[in-house]
Design a protein around this ligand. Structure first.
Ligand SMILES: [Fe+2]
Length: 312
């Protein structure tokens, strides 16, 4: 592995074949540019403090609560969910470790991308204890199929989804594949996935949303954009054509490596590995260097109709 400073992306050891090994952004603008154009940017070692050895050993013992996909920490409420409670004391320790991770990750990222941080909405921090290669999940929830991200329970409203991951496995790499970005995928599969349309997004969907709002307020208020992104997420995961024929870059993230990407645009699959930490951030369109290549802008241009409420 090449040595790297605490604030520079990692060198060639983690880049897939064919990637540009010479591009090393040192400024906020260059980093934002790469991310918004759909690159994945890796850092080794992780440029902020991670749980110490005792804390990591404690994390390795944690188990998911049945039916939960991840252990999730909400930085806004301080609440932790998705884990099997062994005792009040152990639950408090787990909460504290994830709260520290959330704080450290957020502080570092705010330093690297202050323009984004000036108006972002930090989302959940998650801990992923399960082996991705063998876990049993329903098809549209699987992480090992190529997809772009759209959160079913937390519509973004046109804000971008920036995610920061860290492999904390003691010895094994985490293996990812990445493929095309939203623009190309949309060109190829957007129509087949079902574009927003004045009729199809009309009264039937709004009736369903109205009923949903009565029983699950958090899942309501999906814009046309959010409905499309969720549909596209499901379409890509269930498309044999895409899964079998999409070009792939393979990434091997060694223990202690962190990586960043706009996962609402860069298609990706989590192929192998367990014990990872992750933090998501919603980035305002107002903070982007290139709002014109954001998925919402591409969708809106193609549809010729607004896909977000005018205030978004
Ligand atoms: Fe994903």
């Amino acid at each position: 592995m090449q040595p790297s400073s605490q604030n520079e992306p990692v060198g060639q050891a983690f880049l897939p074949a064919g990637a540009d090994r010479n591009v090393r952004p040192t400024s906020e603008a260059a980093l934002a540019e790469r991310l918004e154009r759909g690159e994945l940017v890796a850092y080794a070692p992780c440029p902020f403090a991670l749980p110490n050895a005792d804390e990591r050993a404690f994390l390795y013992q944690q188990k998911l609560r049945t039916s939960k996909k991840n252990i999730a920490f909400n930085p806004k409420s301080g609440r932790l969910t998705g884990f099997q409670v062994q005792s009040t004391q152990r639950a408090a320790r787990l909460n504290s470790i994830l709260a520290d991770f959330s704080q450290n990750a957020t502080t570092w990222l705010a330093g690297a991308l202050p323009r984004y941080a000036s108006c972002w909405r930090p989302d959940r921090a998650t801990y992923r204890p399960e082996e991705e290669a063998t876990r049993k999940l329903r098809l549209t929830a699987r992480n090992d199929l190529l997809h772009i991200d759209a959160f079913p329970s937390r519509p973004s409203g046109g804000w971008r989804i920036l995610r920061l991951y860290v492999n904390i496995h003691p010895t094994a790499s985490r293996v990812w594949a990445t493929s095309e970005t939203f623009g190309k995928l949309f060109e190829q599969y957007g129509v087949a996935a079902g574009l927003p349309h004045a009729f199809t997004e009309g009264w039937t969907v709004r009736l369903q949303e109205g009923l949903l709002r009565l029983f699950q307020p958090a899942k309501s208020n999906r814009s046309d954009y959010d409905r499309f992104m969720l549909r596209f997420h499901h379409f890509l995961k269930t498309s044999d054509h895409f899964q079998e024929r999409a070009p792939r870059k393979l990434w091997h993230f060694a223990p202690g490596t962190a990586w960043l990407a706009f996962t609402d645009a860069l298609s990706h699959a989590d192929l192998r590995g367990r014990y990872a930490l992750e933090h998501s951030f919603f980035i305002s369109p107002d903070a982007l260097s290139h709002p014109e290549i954001a998925p919402a802008a591409i969708l809106q241009k193609a549809c010729g109709m607004p896909v977000l409420p005018s205030a978004a």
